[in-house]
Design a protein around this ligand. Structure first.
Ligand code: PEP
Ligand code: MG
Length: 575
């Protein structure tokens, strides 16, 4: 019987295929397992940890050679987890208690996962899945179990949680879609699916139990709809949509090497937002990113017990800068705090963390953390074109202090005989109303602005960006927000510096046209969004865009603005 379920569509696209349920039923195998004496069980644990570390190293190599850099990065993190002596020793210590090597490993991984799961920060909570994944890999090794049987046809992966190692090791062309019971959009399975543009629906919760192994399923990553064992008619209508989707993909691929240029020759740079240096390659080659507009460096600081040292950061920044092939790579200094706390920073509990001790405020108070980052960015600048970008700026003295620190960093680097670049641009994120209002002042002191609409909208409209109760008010087209954006771009142009945007608004094709007409020079977004934006830009003239911008700026309601833009541009190409 055909069943319709609904979750949250997080990666657009339609997929039709048979379901492969993911998730090993270890209990069944555990019951069949006969433990030996304590020494033998301990030796099995030692061997399994070493073998899994070797397997993961091999995995990383293979994934890298296939250009699957994001997955390689995640598997590398798993290798670090399995090599953590605390994890293995904890498992060994449990053998006396549970008498069985696989049970001891499961217990140890569960214990560590539970610690992560209880952390306030969503990012850390989600790392529990990775710990369990690594634990299960070791257990599978001891039990002699193999991975899921994929077969030859593409499948839809379905599970309450899907282990990153499972999805990372299945070739892209084998995965038609992903269905997750849990609702997070930032877990690693979703991050991997996003990098591969695989249609994905999350948050099915209990209703996921209605999907059985081998069921034929339609996944609509746009609407979040899932049809289990659909009727013939439904299949036919969705097959047509898939044909259109494939044509669109082909069409987008043809756009990769073309510039984002209007019909009358005005160009905008379309660049990528990345969270690790491993993202750069795919962004440039698969989606035509002309550099990086936002490297969220804080991810280098997360999931660890201490901050990364200068060398570690230098390695990551240098790689990203080099892979930009002479195009600009904008590295944002650590933006921790708000919804991204770091346990080792001991940030005291705050009533309003988004208004609290975060980002540049921490960096200026903790030179021990900031100085290695500044030095690493200056050194990376030697390997291409780099920029340093400061988050959460609200007053000029912050910029002055950073300049002083940059001066000190250069003196230290000279003393240490390390080469560095004198041409690293310094810019700020305009993501607070104060910064936007003060752009005529700031423009005299920095090389560029990048508008961080994710925060600018929340601070301007007093709407918490992660509170779903008020999400209906969170609107980039609110005239108040548009006025601050225009002011920022005008200030940049008047002072002959460049202005870009790295908030999510940049990936909205309609917004992109208006921003371009305002005089923005760069739009930075998640790489798979680039073709859609490029498509619309290539179909309009600057004259037309300016006309639309003037009209939009004279309108009084966000709803009218959106309706107008839709009416004017939605018939273009594939929007
Ligand atoms: C922003 O605020 O728009 C931004 C790009 O930064 P983040 O989303 O990391 O706060
Ligand atoms: Mg921000």
């Amino acid at each position: 019987m055909s069943v319709k379920l609904r979750g949250k569509g997080v990666i657009t696209g339609i997929a039709i295929a048979k379901v492969l349920l993911i998730g090993q039923d270890f209990e069944k195998y555990m019951d069949l397992y006969t433990p030996e004496n304590v020494e033998s069980e301990i030796s099995k644990i030692e061997k399994a940890f070493a073998a899994v570390a070797d397997d993961l190293a091999e995995n990383v190599k293979t994934l890298k050679s296939k250009g699957m850099t994001e997955q390689a990065g995640i598997m590398e993190a798993h290798r670090t987890m399995v090599q953590d002596p605390m994890f293995k020793n904890n498992a060994i210590a449990k053998v006396g208690e549970v008498k069985s090597a696989p049970r001891a490993v499961l217990l140890a991984s569960e214990e560590t996962a539970a610690i992560f799961e209880n952390m306030a920060d969503e990012y850390f909570r989600e790392r529990a899945v990775d710990i369990r994944d690594v634990g299960k890999r070791v257990v599978s090794r001891i039990l002699g179990l193999k991975g899921p049987d994929i077969g030859n046809d593409p499948i839809i992966l379905c599970g309450h949680e899907i282990e990153p190692s499972v999805i990372a090791n299945i070739p892209t062309e084998q995965i038609a879609g992903v269905i997750l019971g849990q609702g997070s959009t930032t877990c690693h399975a979703v991050i991997i699916a996003k990098a591969r543009a695989i249609p994905t629906v999350v948050g099915l919760e209990k209703s996921i139990d209605e999907i059985k192994n081998g069921d034929e399923v339609i996944v609509n990553g746009e609407t979040g709809e899932i049809f289990v064992n659909p009727t013939e008619e439904l299949m036919e209508s969705f097959e047509k949509l898939i044909d259109e989707q494939n044509k669109l993909k082909q069409h987008y691929a043809e756009l990769t090497s073309l510039p984002a240029e209007t019909t009358d020759g005005h160009r905008v740079m379309l660049v990528a937002n990345i969270s690790t240096h491993l993202d750069v390659e795919a962004a440039v080659t698969d989606f035509g990113a002309e550099g990086v507009g936002l490297f969220r460096s804080e991810f280098l600081f997360m999931g660890k017990d201490e901050p990364p040292d200068e060398e570690t950061q230098f390695g990551a920044y240098r790689d990203a800068v080099e892979k930009c092939n002479g195009k600009l790579c904008v590295i944002r200094t650590m933006d921790i705090g708000g919804d991204k706390p770091l346990p080792y920073l001991n940030i005291p509990k705050e009533e309003n963390p988004f208004l609290g001790w975060r980002a540049l405020r921490i960096c200026l108070a903790r030179r021990d953390i900031f100085m290695p980052q500044v030095k690493a960015i200056l050194r990376a600048g030697v390997y291409g074109k780099a920029a340093m970008m400061l988050p959460m700026v609200i007053r000029l003295s912050e910029i002055d202090k950073v300049k002083q620190i940059i001066g000190e960093a250069k003196t230290m680097l000279k003393q240490e005989d390390k080469v560095f670049s004198d041409n690293v641009q310094l810019g700020i994120m305009v993501e607070t109303p104060a910064a936007a209002v003060m752009t005529p002042i700031f423009a005299k002191h920095v090389d560029f602005f990048s508008i961080g609409t994710n925060d600018l909208i929340q601070y301007t409209l007093a709407v918490d960006r992660v509170n779903s109760n008020v999400s209906y008010l969170y609107d980039p087209f609110n005239p108040g927000v548009l006025a601050l954006i225009k002011r920022t771009i005008d200030s940049a142009n008047e002072h002959k510096i460049w202005a870009g945007m790295c908030g999510e608004m940049a990936s909205d094709p309609y917004a992109a046209v208006i921003l371009m007409a305002m005089g923005i020079t760069e739009l930075s977004m998640s790489a798979p969004s680039i073709p859609r934006v490029k498509e619309l830009i290539r179909s309009v003239s600057m004259v037309e865009a300016k006309e639309a911008m003037n009209k939009v700026m004279s309108m009084e309601h966000a709803a009218d603005i959106k309706e107008y833009l839709q009416g004017k541009f939605s018939k273009r190409n594939n929007l």
